[in-house]
Design a protein around this ligand. Structure first.
Ligand code: SF4
Length: 200
């Protein structure tokens, strides 16, 4: 917010950062709106944002997850739709089986090599912007399965935004990961596919 001249209390919309041509015109007097509202009322009536921030806010309130449970972690993931955890408060209770209607891929469980191609295909079919959470030690790094059958981290085939640790993570841990993802998106952090490279 630009400070008003001489340290006075802001009385004009332009003092609050609005930058339309009319408001910035030097010889234009206060509008009717500005005249009718006192400084305190203007302060209370204004809610300033940018279109970009408003879109980001809306996206964090409707990040629909794709169902991709692979092993034991999936049971913990499923429980976040229950009333105890209530993922619906973020508008995220719509777990879709179609990747074309999903924004968030929660990979929960160990990823066998034979599942790598289907996961990659599903990820590629999701529309942008899209995000990925690797839930649990197995999805994040292969976990205890350091052998030839298990992919040692799903980030080898798709870019991951958030890693949720533990074996298995409790639903609270997944909720924490989701909230961190929302915070990062609101702060303007781009999705992982814009920041990281993975094998194609
Ligand atoms: S992290 Fe633990 S609970 Fe999750 S899939 Fe691996 S072994 Fe199962």
């Amino acid at each position: 917010m630009a400070p008003p001249p001489n340290g006075q209390q802001p009385t004009r919309l332009r003092d609050h950062g609005l930058q339309s041509e009319r408001l910035l015109w030097p010889t234009k007097g206060p509008s009717h709106f500005e005249q009718e509202m006192g400084p305190e009322e203007i302060e209370q009536a204004l809610g300033l944002t940018t279109l970009e921030k408003a879109v980001r806010w809306a996206q964090t309130r409707s990040m629909w997850p794709d169902t991709f449970g692979l092993a034991c972690c999936a049971i913990e993931m499923m429980s976040i739709v229950s009333s105890r955890y209530d993922i619906a408060r973020f508008g995220m209770e719509a777990f879709r089986s179609s990747p074309r209607q999903a924004d968030l891929l929660i990979v929960s469980g160990r990823v066998a090599h034979k599942m790598a191609a289907p996961i990659r295909q599903i990820y590629d079919q999701m529309l942008e912007p899209k995000w990925v959470i690797a839930m649990g030690a197995c999805a994040s790094s292969g976990g205890m399965f350091n052998n030839y059958t298990i992919l040692q981290g799903v980030d080898r085939i798709i870019p991951v935004d958030i890693y949720v640790p533990f074996c298995p993570p409790r639903p609270e841990a997944l909720m924490e990961g989701i909230i961190r993802l929302h915070e990062a998106h609101l702060a303007g952090v781009p999705p992982a596919y814009e920041r990281r490279e993975v094998a194609t």
